[in-house]
Design a protein around this ligand. Structure first.
Ligand SMILES: Nc1ncnc2c1ncn2[C@@H]1O[C@H](COP(=O)(O)OP(=O)(O)OP(=O)(O)O)[C@@H](O)[C@H]1O
Length: 212
């Protein structure tokens, strides 16, 4: 899969001018591109637009394509784009296993096969046997890994990452970042990662900086 942005621009509700100069970018399979730029320039809004969650009232120009298919007109659930956010939200009322099962692609059929997919994902994330745990009992790093697995189980065509490591302390941040980026590369998924962190930028294949 290749994620392409073509002459993309966003204008916030009530504003006259676009937030950033029109952006054209091609993200190759397994490539992680870091998106940087000053606070308020529109990084989170850019990800929301690509994912199909942009707040009402924004005006947009340009196109988002996945392997040549225009996705801008599709509703979020039809785009096949996975999101990974800073607070790595797991549903608090579901067990860790049910959280992952929630992400599973409907293409995978059968209760046994689905349970096995969750078991294997937890094992790969170093969370073997934690199916029945309450998410509140996991550490920050464990939650990020579980959230990534939930995102991957949906077999997304692209992944959007918004400062998911910012809340982790330095040592853990590097370990979790490698874990997340290695998985994205191994599965050849194109990814955009918004960050203010130099370490994130260095770990990415390249960086684009939004400017006005
Ligand atoms: N729902 C909304 N309604 C109106 N304006 C909004 C809305 N969401 C964002 N904005 C405006 O759009 C601009 C871009 O916000 P955004 O959060 O995308 O920036 P950012 O680059 O991600 O900033 P930061 O680095 O601080 O997270 C800001 O000026 C913000 O006030």
């Amino acid at each position: 899969m290749t994620l392409e942005l073509i002459e993309l621009s966003l204008t916030a509700p009530g504003a006259d001018a676009p937030l950033f100069a029109a952006l054209s970018l091609s993200v190759e399979p397994g490539e992680v591109v870091c998106v940087m730029g000053p606070s308020g320039i529109g990084k989170s809004s850019l990800l929301a637009h690509i994912g199909g969650h942009l707040a009402r009232g924004f005006r947009t120009t340009g196109e988002v394509r996945l392997d040549g298919q225009y996705v801008t007109a599709l509703p979020a659930e039809k785009r096949g784009i996975g999101m990974l956010f800073q607070q790595a939200q797991l549903f608090p009322h579901l067990s860790v296993g049910d959280n992952l099962a929630f992400g599973l692609t409907p293409k995978l059929r059968g209760r046994v096969a689905r349970r096995e997919a969750v078991r294997e994902a937890l094992e790969r994330a170093g969370l073997a046997g934690m199916e029945d745990r309450d998410p509140a009992t996991l550490s920050g790093g464990q939650r990020t890994r579980a959230a990534l697995m939930r995102t991957l189980l949906a077999q997304p065509r692209a992944i959007l990452i918004d400062e998911p490591f910012a809340a982790l302390d330095t040592g853990l941040r590097e370990e979790i970042r490698s874990f997340v980026l290695d998985h994205i590369r191994a599965r050849e998924i194109p990814a955009l990662m918004v960050s203010h962190d130099e370490g994130d930028a260095l770990a990415a294949a390249r960086t684009v900086t939004l400017h006005g």
